[in-house]
Write a protein that binds this ligand. Structure first.
Ligand code: AMP
Ligand code: MN
Ligand code: MN
Length: 362
């Protein structure tokens, strides 16, 4: 989480005031050219954001498998921090492309970044963007800082995998089951299994194209969403048991929050990524618009997840506290005690909102 500590996207666009345009034809053409004009034996490095989620890893590995089909063979995929893939994502096709950050090509001809709103989300790998090669960014965060040479950023896209699929199509790469499984995991995680508002007809059309390759949505969902160690089930019980509801917070819309410490993880013999799913039962709380899980990452460091049901722009809160994300799903790195971190959130939630935003999660 050291990378996220400095994460402060500088650009934030409010949809109600100025709808955010997706990539232009010029951007798409530049991205296609960057891939097509790779030198023979060109080195390609794919990077996704720190603490990768389903969209980050799924988009990256799915696109990587597509590049393989184009004949790109000097190809690595990586992410900053410890080279540990969360257990629910270990079944993703394309894992063989993954290398630890320490082994990532130092001077790639082409770097492609996935699902990262700013270069600080790339941690120690951010220096790969400043080499002589081309940096291509695929993302869907409205707060994206445009840190690539070519930026394919579509804030209207439900997931980065939507952008990845479009680029594969423009490159003439047909979907196969391996690519499709990766993109399906990415799409289903960022849409909350097709439940969030970002689940447009276009999302279901994309899902239909992916399913048509023969992948098994039941198996995939069970693996990715509905499976966790018994220790994690008990840990969730304990952490949910200490959740607090503050009906007066967020201008009376209500805040529900809980926290998990490194000691909690150790007592239940669990890895930190099991806590990624904890926000889901917390945000079910009917009495609160805003939900929050504060997860300890070090002696006084906390990874904070924020969600809103619609009345609150939590990306505004996260950006104000040095993080980023979407209107309905955002996060930041907190410092101090849990109570201090939550007090900062309460204070930001008390600041009146200004204008609308983009209804987007994940
Ligand atoms: P999470 O709660 O970790 O699932 O994250 C929700 C959203 O907030 C995602 O879109 C992340 O990209 C974003 N996010 C989470 N943590 C940070 C951070 N420290 N800095 C910037 N964006 C973040
Ligand atoms: Mn992500
Ligand atoms: Mn995403």
């Amino acid at each position: 989480m050291t990378a996220a500590a400095t994460d402060a996207p500088t650009v934030r666009v409010e949809a109600a005031e100025s709808p955010v345009a997706g990539p232009t034809e010029v951007d798409w053409a530049a991205a296609v050219a960057a891939v097509r004009q790779l030198p023979v034996d060109g080195r390609v490095l794919l990077i996704c954001h720190v603490n990768p989620d389903g969209d980050a890893l799924g988009s990256m590995l799915g696109f990587g498998l597509g590049l393989r089909r184009l004949g790109v063979h000097r190809l690595q995929a990586t992410f900053p921090g410890p080279p540990e893939v969360p257990e629910p994502l270990r079944g993703l096709p394309g894992q063989e492309l993954l290398v630890p950050a320490a082994e990532a090509e130092p001077e790639p001809d082409l770097v492609i970044c996935f699902d990262a709103a700013s270069d600080s989300r790339l941690g120690e790998l951010a220096d790969r963007l400043t080499g002589p090669g081309t940096a291509l960014v695929l993302d869907h965060h409205a707060s994206n800082t445009g840190f690539g040479d070519v930026n394919l950023v579509d804030p209207a896209a439900a997931a980065t995998s939507v952008v990845a699929e479009q680029l594969l199509e423009r490159l003439g790469v047909p979907l196969d089951a391996g690519i499709a499984e990766c993109l399906y995991v990415a799409l289903s995680t960022d849409t909350g299994s097709f439940r969030f508002d970002a689940t447009t007809p276009a999302v279901h059309e994309m899902a239909a194209r992916l399913l048509a390759t023969g992948i098994s949505p039941g198996d995939i969902s069970r693996r990715v969403f509905d499976s966790r160690p018994f220790g994690a089930v008990r840990l969730f019980g304990e952490v949910l048991g200490r959740a607090r509801l503050e009906p007066e917070a967020a201008g009376g819309q209500g805040l529900v929050w809980t926290y998990a410490t490194l000691d909690d993880l150790a007592r239940h013999d669990q890895r930190p990524y099991v806590l990624e799913a904890l926000i889901d039962p917390v945000r079910c709380t009917a009495e609160a618009d805003v939900s929050c899980v504060v997860k300890q990452t070090g002696p006084d460091g906390w990874a904070v997840s924020l969600r809103s049901k619609g009345a609150t722009d939590v990306s505004r809160v996260a950006v104000a506290l040095g993080g980023g994300g979407h209107r309905l799903a955002a996060g930041f790195t907190g410092r101090g005690t849990v109570e201090e971190v939550v007090e900062q959130i309460r204070a930001e939630l008390a600041v009146p909102a200004s204008g609308g935003g983009i209804d987007q999660q994940g």
